[in-house]
Design a protein around this ligand. Structure first.
Ligand code: HDE
Length: 705
C-alpha cells in the first residue's frame, strides 16, 4: 500500500495546473486540488499557492507588507483566544437527548414534559470551578453540570453542580468566595486548589458555607468520572401548569452507572499521569458507543410542605433529604455524540439560568435571583457580541422571531421593512398572550431592605446531617481532606477558627482534625447565630458508598502483562470484562506489546511508565516466571502494585507476579481484594468481586487516620 502523505505534503506535491473548478453537492462551485481535497484558500476565498514561505524580496530579503495571505493568517492566529470563563473555565461537553417518561402536564405546561417518550436534543458541559482552562481534571472542587435542552418552546438551561448546596446564601458574596479560592493575587498561585490561606480565611469567616464544606471535603469533590456523578439544580424552582398553578421543584440528575469517586492520593497522582482524565474518559466512552446516561428526578412540593419543613426552601445552603421528600424519575438524559470541534461548541456554549421555557419559573432564592443577572452579562464579555445566540450551539432549535438586530457579527437580521412592532405593514412576529411566557404572579410585598431572613440562620444542622450520613470510610476521608487542606494553611489562627466551626458540626470530627493538625488545646466552638443545632436523622442517600452500583460496568481494568503470560487467562479476563460492559487496557514493558504463552502477540495500549495503576479501577498483573525477572527491576511496576494497594483497589495476580507484591509491601497484608489468579475459575471469582469497586476495609492499614 502506498504511504499516506500528510495533507501538507499533498499540498506541496499538488501541481497547480491540477486545480480545477468543480461543482459541489449543492451545485456551488468550489476549487479542488487534483487529488480531490479542497484547495487551501484565504478567509476571503482566494486560493493559496504557497503556505510555507512569506513573500519576500529575493530568497534572503525582507518580508513584504503586501503579503495579504501572511497578514490575514497571523492576524487571525493573534486573535484566537477569547476570555476564559471567570469560573468553570475548564470544561468538557457532549451532545445527546432528553427523553420524557410520562406527561407532567398536571404540574407544568413546559412543552418538553408533555409527551411520554418524546426526545429533545440536549448539550451538556461538565466543569471544575476554580482552575483555569488548562488546569487538571482531578482538583478537589465542585463539578459544574450544565444542561441545555433545546425545547420546542425555547432553550431550557439547567445550570447545576454535582453538589446540591452552595457556599453562600446571597449572590452578592460570589465575587468574594471566588476571589478567595482563585490563586492568591500577590503571588499568582496556587492554581486550581482550595488548600491555601485565602480560601480557608474566607470560609472560616463564613459560617453559612459549613454545609457545603462538608460536601467539598467529601469524596464528591474528586469524582472518578463525569459519568459517575450526580447533578443538582440546587435552587428551588417552580413548575407552573396550564391553569397557572405553581408547584415547587428541585431537580436531580442520577447517573445510571452509579456514583463513584477516587481516593485523594490517587487524584493527586492522576493529575500528573493524565491531567485530562475526565475528558478522556467521556470521549472514550462516547466514541466507543457506551453512552452515559442520567435520570432526571424531581422533588415536588407545595407551600404547605415549604412552611412545615425545618429549613427555608429558598436557602441554597440547604437540601431536602430524599428520605423526607422522595425523588421521582421523570425522564432520562443520554449523551451520544461528541462535538465536532471543542472551541466551536464546548467553549462557545453559553448557559444562562434565566433560559426557561413557559411552565418553568424561578423562586426567590437570593442566589438564583443574582445568577439570573450574571449569566447574560458574562456572555457578552466572553463571546464579545450580543449576537452569541446566532452561534449554532446557542441558537434555539425551534422557530424564533424577534426584532433584535445589528451588533457585532450579526449572522441574521429581521427581513422586510418593519423592524418594530406594532406596525402597519402586517409584517413580523406578534406577541401571544396565550402561548407566551407568563411569569407566575407570586404576590410580593415588604420594605426595601438589605436583610438576611432569620430562617436562613442555622448553618450547622445539615452540615452535621451530611457527616453522620456517611459510612466510616467516607467520614475518614472527610477528616483526612480537612486535615490535608488545613495543613497547607500557613496561618495558625485560620486553622483554629475552622476547628471551632467543626466543633459545632461533630465533636469527634473536630477532635480528629485538631489532633492531626497538632492543635492543642482545642479551641472553643464558634459562636453560632442559632444556638441549638438540630439533631437530624441521617440520610443514607447522601452517602456514595451506601448506594454504590455494586457492579464494574463502565469501569476500567488495567492488565500489566509480561512476555510469556498465559493466553487462556488473558482471554478469560477479556471476555469477562467485555461481558460486564467494562473496558480492559493492556500495560506492558514496551508499548509494542508482548508475546503470550502460545506465541501469539498482544498489543499494549500503554507502556509501564504511561499506564500507572491510578488510571484504572482495578488491576491484574499477568506475569510468567521469565517475564517477571525484568519487571522486578522496574520501579514503575512496583509503584503500579503499591499504589493500587494503597488506593484499596482489587489486585489480581498470577503466582509468578507475587514477588512484585512483596516489593510493593503488600505481600504480608493480603485481603479479599488481593486475588491470586491460578486458573480460569479464579478469573470468574475475581471479576465477580470487582463489583465492590474498592476494599475500603484495607484503608486503615495503609493510611494513618
Ligand atoms: Fe455559576 N457562573 N454562578 N453557579 N455556574 C458561571 O457563567 C454565578 C452558581 C455554574 O459550563 C458564569 O457562562 C454567580 C451555582 C455552572 O458554561 C457566571 C453565582 C451553581 C457554570 C456565573 C453562581 C453554578 C457556571 C461564568 C452566585 C450551581 C458553567 C461563565 C450567585 C447551581 C456553565 C458563565 C458552563 C458559570 C455566575 C453560583 C453553576 C459568571 C453570580 C449555585 C455549571 O455567570
Amino acid at each position: 500500500m502506498a504511504k499516506k502523505a500528510s495533507p501538507i505534503a499533498k499540498m506541496e506535491e499538488a501541481d497547480v495546473h491540477d486545480q480545477t473548478l468543480q461543482r459541489g453537492k449543492g451545485g456551488e462551485l468550489h476549487q479542488t486540488a487534483g487529488d480531490g481535497q479542497p484547495v487551501l484558500t484565504t478567509a476571503q476565498g482566494a486560493p493559496v499557492a504557497d503556505d510555507q514561505n512569506t513573500l519576500r524580496v529575493g530568497a534572503r530579503g525582507p518580508a513584504l507588507i503586501e503579503d495579504f495571505h501572511f497578514r490575514e493568517k497571523i492576524f487571525h492566529f493573534d486573535h484566537e483566544r477569547i476570555p476564559e470563563r471567570v469560573v468553570h473555565a475548564r470544561g468538557y461537553g457532549a451532545h445527546g437527548y432528553f427523553e420524557t417518561y410520562d406527561s407532567l402536564a398536571a404540574y407544568t405546561r413546559a412543552d418538553v414534559f408533555q409527551r411520554a417518550g418524546e426526545r429533545t436534543p440536549a448539550f451538556v458541559r461538565f466543569s471544575t470551578v476554580a482552575g483555569s482552562k488548562g488546569s487538571f481534571d482531578l482538583a478537589r472542587d465542585v463539578r459544574g453540570f450544565a444542561v441545555k435542552i433545546y425545547t420546542k418552546e425555547g432553550n431550557w438551561d439547567l445550570v447545576g453542580n454535582n453538589i446540591p448546596v452552595f457556599f453562600i446564601q446571597d449572590a452578592i458574596r460570589f465575587p468574594d468566595i471566588i476571589h478567595a479560592v482563585k490563586p492568591e493575587p500577590d503571588r499568582g498561585f496556587p492554581q486550581a486548589q482550595s488548600a491555601h490561606d485565602n480560601f480557608w480565611d474566607f470560609i472560616s469567616l463564613t459560617p453559612e458555607s459549613m454545609h457545603m464544606i462538608m460536601w467539598i471535603m467529601s469524596d464528591r469533590a474528586i469524582p472518578r468520572s463525569f459519568r459517575f456523578m450526580e447533578g443538582f439544580g440546587v435552587h428551588t424552582f417552580r413548575f407552573v401548569n396550564a391553569k397557572d398553578e405553581s408547584t415547587f421543584v428541585k431537580f436531580h440528575w442520577k447517573p445510571k452507572l452509579g456514583l463513584q469517586s477516587v481516593a485523594w492520593n490517587e487524584a493527586v497522582k492522576i493529575n500528573g499521569a493524565d491531567p485530562d482524565f475526565h475528558r478522556r474518559d467521556l470521549w472514550q466512552a462516547i466514541q466507543s458507543g457506551n453512552f452515559p446516561e442520567w435520570e432526571l428526578c424531581v422533588q415536588l412540593f407545595d407551600q404547605d410542605f415549604a412552611d412545615s419543613f425545618d429549613f427555608d426552601v429558598l436557602d441554597p445552603t440547604k437540601l431536602i433529604p430524599e428520605e423526607v421528600l422522595p425523588v421521582q424519575p421523570v425522564g432520562r438524559l443520554v449523551l451520544d455524540r461528541m462535538p465536532e470541534n471543542f472551541f466551536f461548541e464546548t467553549e462557545q456554549v453559553a448557559f444562562m439560568t434565566q433560559n426557561v421555557p413557559p411552565g418553568i419559573d424561578f423562586s426567590n432564592d437570593p442566589l438564583l435571583q443574582g445568577r439570573n443577572f450574571s449569566y447574560l452579562d458574562t456572555q457578552l464579555k466572553r463571546l464579545g457580541s450580543p449576537n452569541f445566540t446566532h452561534l449554532p450551539i446557542n441558537a434555539p432549535k425551534c422557530p424564533f422571531a424577534h426584532f433584535q438586530q445589528d451588533g457585532h457579527m450579526a449572522m441574521r437580521n429581521p427581513t422586510g421593512r418593519a423592524n418594530y412592532q406594532p406596525n402597519s405593514w402586517g409584517e413580523g412576529p406578534r406577541e401571544s398572550p396565550l402561548e407566551g411566557y407568563r411569569h407566575f404572579p407570586a404576590e410580593e410585598a415588604g420594605p426595601k431592605v438589605r436583610l438576611r431572613a432569620e430562617s436562613f440562620a442555622d448553618h450547622y444542622s445539615q452540615a452535621r446531617q451530611f457527616y453522620i450520613s456517611q459510612t466510616p470510610p467516607e467520614q475518614r476521608h472527610i477528616a483526612m481532606a480537612l486535615t490535608f487542606e488545613l495543613s497547607k494553611v500557613e496561618t495558625p489562627v485560620i486553622r483554629e477558627r475552622m476547628v471551632s466551626h467543626l466543633l459545632n458540626i461533630d465533636e469527634t470530627l473536630a477532635g480528629k482534625v485538631a489532633a492531626a493538625l497538632g492543635i492543642d488545646p482545642v479551641p472553643k466552638p464558634a459562636d453560632a447565630a442559632v444556638k441549638t443545632r438540630q439533631d437530624l436523622e441521617p440520610s443514607p442517600a447522601l452517602s456514595i458508598l451506601e448506594r454504590g452500583p455494586k457492579r464494574f460496568e463502565g469501569r476500567k481494568l488495567g492488565v500489566l502483562v509480561t512476555e510469556g503470560a498465559d493466553r487462556a487467562l488473558f482471554d478469560a479476563l477479556e471476555a469477562g470484562i467485555m461481558a460486564e460492559k467494562a473496558v480492559i487496557e493492556i500495560i506492558a514493558p514496551k508499548v509494542g506489546g508482548v508475546k503470550l504463552s502460545d506465541g501469539s502477540p498482544l498489543a499494549a495500549q500503554q507502556m509501564i511508565d504511561g499506564g500507572p495503576s491510578v488510571l484504572y479501577d482495578a488491576v491484574v498483573v499477568l506475569a510468567s516466571e521469565a517475564g517477571m525477572a525484568d519487571l522486578l527491576k522496574e520501579a514503575a511496576a512496583r509503584d503500579f502494585v503499591a499504589d493500587a494497594f494503597a488506593h484499596c483497589k482489587f489486585i489480581g495476580y498470577t503466582a509468578p507476579a507475587f514477588p512484585l507484591l512483596e516489593k510493593a509491601g503488600a505481600a504480608d497484608m493480603l485481603d479479599e481484594g488481593t486475588v491470586e489468579i491460578d486458573g480460569v475459575d479464579a478469573v470468574a471469582d475475581f471479576l465477580k468481586a470487582l463489583g465492590a469497586l474498592r476494599v475500603w476495609a484495607r484503608e486503615p492499614s495503609v493510611k494513618l487516620p
